[in-house]
Design a protein around this ligand. Structure first.
Ligand code: S3P
Length: 159
Protein backbone atom coordinates (compact mmCIF):
# COMPACT_ATOMS: atom_id res chain seq x y z
CA UNK A 1 0.00 0.00 0.00
CA UNK A 2 1.35 3.42 -0.96
CA UNK A 3 0.90 5.84 1.91
CA UNK A 4 -0.70 9.23 1.53
CA UNK A 5 1.36 12.40 1.85
CA UNK A 6 -0.37 14.61 4.40
CA UNK A 7 0.47 18.28 4.78
CA UNK A 8 -0.20 19.83 8.19
CA UNK A 9 0.53 23.21 9.78
CA UNK A 10 -0.72 26.64 10.66
CA UNK A 11 -3.39 28.41 8.60
CA UNK A 12 -1.73 30.37 5.81
CA UNK A 13 1.54 28.43 5.96
CA UNK A 14 1.20 27.35 2.32
CA UNK A 15 -0.14 23.83 2.84
CA UNK A 16 -2.38 23.87 -0.23
CA UNK A 17 0.30 25.25 -2.55
CA UNK A 18 2.90 22.75 -1.34
CA UNK A 19 0.41 19.87 -1.61
CA UNK A 20 -0.50 20.86 -5.16
CA UNK A 21 3.17 21.11 -6.15
CA UNK A 22 3.92 17.67 -4.68
CA UNK A 23 0.84 16.12 -6.32
CA UNK A 24 1.78 17.57 -9.70
CA UNK A 25 5.33 16.25 -9.51
CA UNK A 26 4.13 12.78 -8.54
CA UNK A 27 1.06 12.75 -10.80
CA UNK A 28 -1.07 12.01 -7.80
CA UNK A 29 -4.45 13.31 -6.78
CA UNK A 30 -4.51 16.25 -4.37
CA UNK A 31 -7.30 16.49 -1.81
CA UNK A 32 -7.65 19.83 -0.07
CA UNK A 33 -9.77 19.50 3.07
CA UNK A 34 -10.99 23.12 2.98
CA UNK A 35 -12.00 22.74 -0.68
CA UNK A 36 -13.93 19.55 0.10
CA UNK A 37 -15.81 21.41 2.86
CA UNK A 38 -16.53 24.36 0.56
CA UNK A 39 -17.85 22.03 -2.17
CA UNK A 40 -20.36 20.52 0.25
CA UNK A 41 -21.17 23.34 2.65
CA UNK A 42 -20.10 26.62 1.05
CA UNK A 43 -17.87 29.48 2.16
CA UNK A 44 -15.83 28.74 5.30
CA UNK A 45 -16.09 32.22 6.86
CA UNK A 46 -19.87 32.03 6.41
CA UNK A 47 -20.03 28.60 8.07
CA UNK A 48 -18.13 30.01 11.07
CA UNK A 49 -20.39 33.07 11.16
CA UNK A 50 -23.74 31.39 10.65
CA UNK A 51 -23.27 27.91 12.13
CA UNK A 52 -20.32 28.31 14.44
CA UNK A 53 -16.96 26.59 14.78
CA UNK A 54 -18.47 23.38 16.14
CA UNK A 55 -20.46 22.81 12.93
CA UNK A 56 -17.36 23.58 10.87
CA UNK A 57 -15.28 21.04 12.84
CA UNK A 58 -17.92 18.37 12.21
CA UNK A 59 -17.81 19.02 8.44
CA UNK A 60 -14.04 19.03 8.64
CA UNK A 61 -14.01 15.68 10.42
CA UNK A 62 -16.19 14.09 7.71
CA UNK A 63 -13.82 15.40 5.04
CA UNK A 64 -10.69 14.25 6.90
CA UNK A 65 -11.99 10.74 7.60
CA UNK A 66 -13.06 10.40 3.96
CA UNK A 67 -9.70 11.61 2.64
CA UNK A 68 -7.77 9.32 4.99
CA UNK A 69 -9.52 6.32 3.40
CA UNK A 70 -7.73 7.01 0.12
CA UNK A 71 -4.41 5.62 -0.93
CA UNK A 72 -1.42 7.34 -2.54
CA UNK A 73 -2.98 10.79 -2.55
CA UNK A 74 -1.64 14.12 -1.31
CA UNK A 75 -3.83 15.68 1.39
CA UNK A 76 -3.72 19.35 2.39
CA UNK A 77 -5.32 19.57 5.82
CA UNK A 78 -6.81 22.71 7.39
CA UNK A 79 -4.85 24.33 10.20
CA UNK A 80 -7.26 22.91 12.75
CA UNK A 81 -7.73 19.46 11.23
CA UNK A 82 -5.61 17.79 13.93
CA UNK A 83 -7.47 19.31 16.88
CA UNK A 84 -9.58 16.15 16.95
CA UNK A 85 -7.32 13.20 17.89
CA UNK A 86 -9.50 10.85 15.82
CA UNK A 87 -8.64 12.88 12.73
CA UNK A 88 -4.94 12.67 13.53
CA UNK A 89 -5.17 8.93 14.09
CA UNK A 90 -7.00 8.36 10.79
CA UNK A 91 -4.50 10.48 8.85
CA UNK A 92 -1.49 8.81 10.46
CA UNK A 93 -2.81 5.32 9.82
CA UNK A 94 -2.66 5.80 6.04
CA UNK A 95 -0.23 8.65 5.61
CA UNK A 96 3.07 10.33 6.40
CA UNK A 97 2.57 13.72 8.00
CA UNK A 98 4.67 16.70 6.89
CA UNK A 99 4.53 19.81 9.04
CA UNK A 100 4.99 22.89 6.86
CA UNK A 101 6.44 25.75 8.88
CA UNK A 102 6.62 29.44 8.09
CA UNK A 103 7.34 32.48 10.28
CA UNK A 104 4.10 33.70 11.91
CA UNK A 105 4.61 37.16 10.36
CA UNK A 106 4.48 35.60 6.90
CA UNK A 107 1.31 33.52 7.30
CA UNK A 108 -1.46 34.36 4.83
CA UNK A 109 -4.58 35.53 6.64
CA UNK A 110 -7.04 36.36 3.84
CA UNK A 111 -10.52 34.92 4.34
CA UNK A 112 -9.46 32.90 7.38
CA UNK A 113 -11.83 33.46 10.28
CA UNK A 114 -9.36 32.44 12.99
CA UNK A 115 -6.52 34.55 11.61
CA UNK A 116 -8.27 37.88 11.34
CA UNK A 117 -7.12 39.12 14.78
CA UNK A 118 -3.61 39.78 13.48
CA UNK A 119 -0.24 38.65 14.79
CA UNK A 120 -1.29 38.39 18.46
CA UNK A 121 -4.11 36.01 17.55
CA UNK A 122 -1.75 33.95 15.42
CA UNK A 123 0.80 33.81 18.26
CA UNK A 124 -1.86 32.44 20.58
CA UNK A 125 -3.12 29.97 17.96
CA UNK A 126 0.45 28.78 17.51
CA UNK A 127 1.03 28.40 21.26
CA UNK A 128 -2.13 26.30 21.48
CA UNK A 129 -1.29 24.12 18.50
CA UNK A 130 2.48 23.77 18.37
CA UNK A 131 2.53 20.64 20.52
CA UNK A 132 -0.23 19.05 18.43
CA UNK A 133 1.65 19.58 15.17
CA UNK A 134 4.89 18.50 16.83
CA UNK A 135 3.47 15.27 18.18
CA UNK A 136 1.76 14.34 14.92
CA UNK A 137 4.49 15.28 12.43
CA UNK A 138 6.73 12.64 10.88
CA UNK A 139 8.85 15.35 9.23
CA UNK A 140 9.18 19.11 9.52
CA UNK A 141 9.54 21.06 6.28
CA UNK A 142 10.30 24.75 6.23
CA UNK A 143 8.34 26.65 3.60
CA UNK A 144 11.14 28.84 2.29
CA UNK A 145 9.63 28.50 -1.18
CA UNK A 146 6.85 26.22 -2.38
CA UNK A 147 9.27 24.56 -4.77
CA UNK A 148 11.88 23.84 -2.09
CA UNK A 149 9.30 22.54 0.34
CA UNK A 150 7.90 20.24 -2.36
CA UNK A 151 11.40 19.00 -3.19
CA UNK A 152 12.14 18.33 0.50
CA UNK A 153 9.01 16.19 0.72
CA UNK A 154 9.93 14.22 -2.39
CA UNK A 155 13.40 13.66 -0.95
CA UNK A 156 11.95 12.44 2.36
CA UNK A 157 9.65 10.10 0.40
CA UNK A 158 12.75 8.88 -1.48
CA UNK A 159 11.05 9.66 -4.78
C1 S3P B 1 -8.56 26.81 10.24
C2 S3P B 1 -7.77 26.87 9.12
C3 S3P B 1 -8.34 27.07 7.77
C4 S3P B 1 -9.78 26.60 7.69
C5 S3P B 1 -10.57 27.22 8.79
C6 S3P B 1 -10.04 26.90 10.19
C7 S3P B 1 -7.91 26.61 11.56
O1 S3P B 1 -7.57 26.34 6.83
O2 S3P B 1 -9.86 25.21 7.77
O3 S3P B 1 -10.58 28.61 8.57
O4 S3P B 1 -8.58 26.24 12.53
O5 S3P B 1 -6.68 26.79 11.62
P1 S3P B 1 -6.07 26.75 6.37
O6 S3P B 1 -5.13 26.17 7.36
O7 S3P B 1 -5.95 26.13 5.03
O8 S3P B 1 -6.04 28.24 6.33
Amino acid sequence: MTKNIVIIGMPGAGKTSVAEAVAEKLHRKCIDIDTEIIKKHGNIAKIFEQQGEKAFRAYEKDAVIEAAKQEAVVIATGGGSLLDPENTEALKRTGTLYWITRPLEELATDGRPLSKGGIETLKKLYRDRKSIYEAAADEIVENTTIEEAARAILAAEKL
